[in-house]
Design a protein around this ligand. Structure first.
Ligand SMILES: [Zn+2]
Length: 151
């Protein structure tokens, strides 16, 4: 990091600490040449994630939408809120850690289903029934059978 006073490049970090809201790291640096001190901030680069919807329109990823779907599926199930929030966090992490910065909404749906399947079978079926838009009772029963066969 170049010294803002003398322009020399030999500066060193003498102190690092999180900024007030933990969204950045504040570093105190000192120039080896002129001895002056200055501050730098290191922040996470936020790259927006774009969701490709069924109609091919795009919109920014919205955690609240995923959360609403998950909460709806878990309604009145004996699942601690803490676990539900952890699941939503996990989904968000998976989605943001992909290489691509665009994701099909169907892929998000599959990730949510995978996670719900591990958490609670009823919540899983509820989500799947809304998400896959079961056309009739038979598709719904097929899906249930798949779940039961796994046991
Ligand atoms: Zn300097």
């Amino acid at each position: 990091m170049k010294c803002p006073f003398c322009g020399k490049e030999n500066t060193r970090v003498i102190d690092s600490r999180p900024a007030e809201d933990n969204s950045a790291i504040r570093r105190r640096r000192q120039c080896d040449k002129c001895g002056k001190r200055f501050t730098t901030y290191e922040k996470v680069e936020v790259i927006p994630l774009i969701v490709i919807k069924k109609d091919r329109n795009r919109e920014p990823f919205d955690r609240d939408k995923v959360a609403a779907g998950v909460y709806g599926a878990c309604h009145k199930r004996p699942i601690p809120a803490e676990k539900i929030n952890k699941l939503i966090d996990d989904i968000e992490t998976i989605v943001f850690n992909r290489e691509e910065k665009e994701i099909e909404s169907s892929e998000i749906g599959n990730i949510v289903m995978d996670k719900l399947n591990e958490l609670d079978q009823v919540a899983y079926v509820r989500f799947a029934s809304v998400y896959r838009e079961f056309k009739d009772v038979n598709t719904f029963i097929d899906e249930l059978k798949k779940i039961l066969d796994k046991k």
